[in-house]
Design a protein around this ligand. Structure first.
Ligand SMILES: Nc1nc2c(c(=O)[nH]1)N[C@H]1C(S)=C(S)[C@@H](COP(=O)(O)O)O[C@H]1N2
Ligand SMILES: [Mo]
Length: 311
């Protein structure tokens, strides 16, 4: 079974969900489907995958779904899994505006339908010092950006998460962990890099709410907080966008946020990381790699930049 449907999901919910998954592509290419694909197709798929995906063991699905940061649903690692089921993800609209030739409010289905979704197994590293290996389903952000035709003056891409306190308990009450909406940004060349994807799923299924349904950003060479969840707006801008963690604490969090073992967080070292799912708290920490191990692909984006200043 490629796409897991828990028995309590009504059949009426299944069809629209499968739209995001482009189910046929899955059946042709992934998981058990590989057994039915031709040998040449399987080889081509494996080759396409290896260019972008790591062969490291994947973090168990249960951990990927249970150990999350999504402050709209609370500040504990278990809060998103406990609370995010209240989020309504259909219908969903993404506004794409700013310096583009084709600004519009796009229905999620229309945004996703033309994309060739693929699996990308990425190393992910949180600024807190833990990491995971996650099999995302998604497509390069560049595919969507090219469709809306960025103007020559566009230099950055700004992203925004949903504000809906009725469904997001972390946006209610006196103790607000962050200013809302959660916002993030990338330089346009970072956004167009082939490693940068918009994810609609993971582990061969529709993105669970706690992981940022129905659409989230994944930038594997940057700290996890760059991967903004439940996106409702993407704006092309000329000036560098504001980012939530930088607003909250500019001394500790910069715009670039590239994974860098040589630049410590002011309150802790970034030299090593704990891989979630590996033998609990007593497992050996592993060394953190420059650009989270993606230096070959992305270091040239930052040549000549002082990485201590642009952290
Ligand atoms: N909207 C929103 N996006 C967010 C966050 C958040 O609190 N709100 N947390 C970030 C942080 S700190 C991390 S490490 C990743 C975690 O993604 P995951 O729970 O899917 O592993 O999401 C990022 N995206
Ligand atoms: Mo994080």
């Amino acid at each position: 079974m490629l796409i897991r449907h828990s028995p309590d999901i009504a059949p009426s919910e299944i069809t629209p969900r499968s739209l995001y998954l482009r189910r046929r592509e899955f059946l042709a290419g992934f998981g058990a489907g590989l057994a039915f694909a031709g040998a040449a197709q399987a080889a081509a798929l494996a080759a396409a995958r290896s260019a972008f995906s790591t062969n490291e063991p994947k973090t168990p699905r249960a951990d990927v779904l249970a150990y999350n940061n999504f402050y709209e649903f609370g500040g504990r690692k278990s809060d998103p899994a406990d609370n995010a089921h209240t989020l309504t993800t259909e219908p969903w609209t993404v506004r794409i505006d700013g310096l583009v030739a084709k600004p519009a409010d796009y229905r999620l289905e229309d945004l996703i339908k033309p994309l060739a979704l693929e699996e990308r197994v990425y190393r992910m590293r949180c600024v807190e010092g833990w990491s995971m290996v996650i099999p995302w389903i998604g497509a390069p952000l560049s595919e969507i950006l090219k469709r809306v035709e960025p103007l020559g003056s566009a230099k950055y891409v700004a992203f925004e998460t949903l504000v809906r306190p009725e469904e997001m308990p972390g946006q209610k009450g006196l103790l607000q962990l962050l200013p809302w909406p959660y916002v993030e940004g990338l330089r346009l060349d970072e956004a167009l890099h082939p490693l940068t994807i918009l994810a609609t799923g993971l582990y061969g299924e529709t993105l669970p709410n706690q992981n940022g349904a129905p659409l989230r950003l994944v930038v594997p060479w940057k700290y996890g907080f760059k991967g903004i969840k439940s996106i409702v707006r993407i704006s092309l801008t000329e000036t560098q966008p504001k980012t939530s963690w930088n607003i909250q604490n500019p001394r500790e969090y910069g715009f670039y946020s590239n994974v860098n073992p040589n630049v410590d967080h002011p309150r802790w070292s970034q030299a090593t990381e704990r891989r979630i799912g590996e033998g609990g708290l007593f497992a050996k920490r592993r060394p953190t790699l420059m650009y989270n191990g993606y230096a070959d692909q992305v270091a040239s984006l930052y040549s000549g930049m002082d990485l201590e200043r642009y952290f």
